[in-house]
Design a binder for this molecule. Structure first.
Ligand SMILES: C[S@@+](CC[C@H](N)C(=O)[O-])C[C@H]1O[C@@H](n2cnc3c(N)ncnc32)[C@H](O)[C@@H]1O
Length: 206
């Protein structure tokens, strides 16, 4: 097997359907996005990086919490839909969209939030671990939120749980908290794992 699913795999999926995972319409996805955003420990972020943005459904929500979002995908068709969606939502100016891969060198911006939503399992374990080690090392203090499907998918090199185990083993990332059910795991990591109450100085929090 190659180190990740090829671009052509996703180009074909988007050729068949504009929204292959029903991201824009399915309640499962809307609920998952709400959980993902609810887990973010800070009220606001300066600049988020969202690899595998697809048609921009989560991107559109992220701009409500982030001054700017840099969103990438390997599929041109997905990026075109994302641009239309963000235009229609009036937030296109807050988002840099470009064609690139999670496993390519990340843009040089000092991101304070990384969002890995349903994208980690397209890489094999070695490549995902290498990318996270390389890129997180130059983002001190970053918050990383990840959300992944937990059921097996035959084509994917990793399961969602395996992706989260690899993220948790990345130097400099500590799990701050997570939501998990039969379908999905959503987990947030930070440099120190300090709780929100502790950061805010809520009396009684350590
Ligand atoms: C299931 S969609 C996830 C969409 C979005 N992140 C969400 O949670 O709603 C997966 C997306 O990842 C993209 N993708 C697959 N492999 C990738 C890679 N190596 N780098 C960047 N994007 C990738 C696909 O083209 C697809 O648009």
């Amino acid at each position: 097997m190659t180190a990740r699913l090829p671009d052509t795999y996703f180009d074909q999926i988007y050729a068949d359907r504009a929204d292959p995972w029903d991201l824009a319409t399915r309640w499962y996805e809307q609920r998952k996005y709400a959980i993902t955003l609810a887990l973010l420990p800070d009220r606001r972020y300066r600049h988020a990086f969202e690899p595998g943005c697809s048609i921009g459904t989560l991107t559109e929500l992220l701009v409500q919490r982030c001054d700017h979002v840099t969103a990438i995908d390997i599929a041109e068709a997905a990026l075109a839909s994302a641009a239309d969606r963000l235009d229609a939502a009036g937030c296109r100016g807050q988002v840099t969209l470009s064609r690139s891969a999670l496993d390519a060198p990340w843009p040089a911006e000092p991101f304070d939030l990384v969002v890995l939503s349903e994208v980690g399992y397209y890489l094999d374990a070695e490549l995902l671990a290498e990318v996270l080690r390389r890129e997180c090392a130059r983002l001190p203090g970053v918050t990383l939120v990840a959300a992944h499907w937990r059921h097996d998918v035959a084509d994917y090199p990793l399961t969602g749980d395996e992706v989260h185990d690899i993220i948790a083993a990345t130097p400099g990332l500590v799990s701050l908290g997570r939501y998990r059910d039969d379908d999905v795991v959503v987990e947030v990591f930070s440099a120190d794992g300090a709780s929100v109450a502790a950061r805010e100085g809520v009396p009684g929090a350590r």
